[in-house]
Design a protein around this ligand. Sequence first.
Ligand code: AMP
Ligand code: MN
Ligand code: MN
Ligand code: MN
Length: 273
Amino acid sequence: MIDLHLHSTASDGSLTPTELVNLAAGRGVQLLALTDHDCVDGLAEARVAAQAAGIRFINGVELSVTWEHKTLHVVGLNIDPVNAELAAGLARLSAARKTRAAEIGRRLAARGIRGAYAGARQLAGSDNLTRAHFAQWLFEQGHAKTSRDTFRRFLARGKPGFVPMIWASLEESIGWIHAAGGRAVLAHPLRYDMTRSWLMKALAAFKQAGGEGIEVICGHGNRDECATAAHYAMRFGFAASVGSDFHNPSAPWNQPGIKDSLPENLTPVWRFF
Ligand code: AMP
Ligand code: MN
Ligand code: MN
Ligand code: MN
C-alpha cells in the first residue's frame, strides 16, 4: 500500500509524525510521504520512525497556492527539505500564516468571540496555524455543533473569520519544489469547488507551470471521482499519485493507506523516486 499525502501535528494533523508512521505501517502502508501544510518540520522525525517500522519514507510538503483568486494545494514529493529556495518559500508562507492567524483572531473578537488566536495556537502547539485549528477551538468552545459547521459559520469565504490570502503563485510553488529536487503534484483535483471549465484551466495552468502529477486516488474520493481524475491525468499527460489526506483517526472514512490501485494506463508518480 502507498500513501503520499498525510498530515501530522506539524500542521493540522492530530498525530505526531511517529504516531502517524506507526499507524500507517500497522495498516500495511509500505511507501509513505508526510505532507504537512507549508511545513517540513515533521519530516526528520517521520523518517526515523519509518526506518524503525521498516517502511519507505518520502519527504513531502503541501504548499498553499493562489491561482486566479482561488486556493490550490500543490504537493511536493521527494523534496530536499533543507534546500535554500524551498526554505525561503516556506518561511514566507509561514509568516503569512502567522499574520493571518492573528487577523482571524481579531475578526472573531470583533464578533464577540475572544481568545481564538491564543486557543488555536495552543491546540496547534506551534505557530503553524491553519483554519482547522480555529475550527477545532470554536467547536470546543461550543460555537458550533460540529467542527465542519464552524467552517460554514465562521471560516469559509465571506464569513466573519475569513481572511483573504495570497499564498504562493503556481510558478513559485512548483519552482521551489523543483529547486529542492522534488516532483509537483496537484492535490485532490476534484475538491476545489470549481466548475469543470475552471478545473480544465487550472489543470492546463498547472501543466504549463511544470507540474508533473495529480492525485488520482484520494482518501475522501469515490470510484467515480477516481475515474474522472484518471481521465484528466491521461488527457493532460500527468503522472498519478495516491494520497489519503489523512488528518485524524476519528474520521474512519479517511485513514492512512488506500487499498484501490491505480488504473494500469497511468504512470505512478513514485516511478520518479
Ligand atoms: P488553511 O490552509 O489554513 O486555510 O486550512 C485549510 C485546512 O482546513 C484544510 O487542509 C482542511 O484540513 C481544513 N478544512 C478546509 N475546509 C474545510 C471544511 N469545509 N470543513 C472541514 N475542514 C476544512
Ligand atoms: Mn488540512
Ligand atoms: Mn489540501
Ligand atoms: Mn492535505
